[in-house]
Design a protein around this ligand. Sequence first.
Ligand code: ZN
Length: 141
Amino acid sequence: MAGVDGADGPRTLGEIASYHAHVYYDPATTRSEAEQLRTWIGERFSVTLGRWHDVKVGPHDQAMYQVAFASEVFPELVPWLMLNHGRLSVLVHPNTTNPKRDHQADPIWIGPALAVHAEKLPEHAEIEYAPAPNTNPVLRP
Ligand code: ZN
């Protein structure tokens, strides 16, 4: 509970420098769906599409690619992913200075939740602002 002096009040949005959406797929069965979703995202949103990881990497328990985006993109991209993720699971997490908490305690899942090996992540890291977008959106979401 917040104290009267606010010293133990809620965390503030200023902690969030950017967001990631991790789009998971199975290379054997759903890669084409992940490709379709990636194309659709690139056509509609100013984001940074990360490279394909067909094998597990970092804390992730399945093949995936990352979508990095600024806070201003969240109100359109995240609801759009809710409608368009199909059979894919998507992990959306904030980027603060605590990657372990960002992935383990504070994310939202679109589609079925998967395992996240957060023990591989640090509890302190440099703040990660959204990188320059690498998409050229031409369609409205
Ligand atoms: Zn991430």
